[in-house]
Design a binder for this molecule. Structure first.
Ligand code: ITT
Length: 196
């Protein structure tokens, strides 16, 4: 079974590879399509943006499943920012390090509330064009400084509830047991198994 993953984020892609490794699926990506350019993510929810990415890629491939992930970090003390703006929080082409630095600065300036949650919305489109939506979350808090070098994005400053290490201090197997993406993918895998 082919799955086309509508993501150019290498950190996400690695996690999908590991999380789907127990199923007989072949992962493919838009980089294999020479004519492909990413769509504009102008939805106002995670699901809307995941749907935009899934539909756009589905229009370019004619076999297998298409799967898109839209995800981000919501900070309670910042009115749930950066949310759907997580990838571009510090500017259009911002690096992970720039986004992390901006978030630490904003928390320090604006709030004592460090509660946060990661959200992952998955939109899957099956070979007949039927759409499925799955969501996962991971609750935790924002650390006062960066901890660890693993993972990607905001992992060095996110400490899951009931843990002391940041996601970037954990092994990828540990992160994949708890993460928002793992929780959403668990639901996707239940659906996919019915079709294998
Ligand atoms: P694609 O749209 O190509 O998949 P993207 O990085 O632009 O790549 P999103 O629009 O979904 O993806 O933005 C997600 C951002 O949220 C991502 O760039 C990270 O900054 C952050 N993020 C999401 N999941 C994360 C995780 O597991 N660990 C750390 N940061 C994460």
């Amino acid at each position: 079974m082919k799955i086309w993953l509508a993501s150019s984020n290498k950190g996400k892609r690695k996690e999908f590879e590991n999380l789907l490794a127990d199923l007989p699926v072949e992962l493919h990506g838009p980089e294999e399509l020479s004519y492909y350019t990413s769509p504009e993510e102008n939805g106002d929810t995670f699901i809307a943006n995941a749907r935009i990415k899934a539909k756009y890629l589905a229009a370019s491939v004619n076999e297998g499943w298409v799967l898109a992930d839209d995800s981000g970090l919501e900070c309670e003390g910042l009115n749930n920012m950066p949310g759907i703006h997580s990838a571009r929080y510090a500017g259009d082409k911002a690096s992970d390090a720039e986004n992390v630095a901006k978030l630490l600065k904003m928390i320090k300036l604006r709030t004592n509330n460090r509660k946060a949650r990661f959200v992952c919305a998955l939109v899957a489109i099956d070979p007949n064009g039927q759409e499925y939506v799955f969501e996962g979350e991971l609750k935790g808090s924002i650390a006062s400084k960066q901890m660890g070098t693993g993972g990607f994005g905001y992992d060095p400053i996110f400490i899951p509830d009931n843990h002391e290490q940041s996601l970037a201090e954990m092994t990828s197997a540990e992160k994949n047991r708890l993460s928002h993406r793992a929780n959403a993918l668990k639901l996707f895998k239940e659906e996919l198994r019915k079709h294998l």
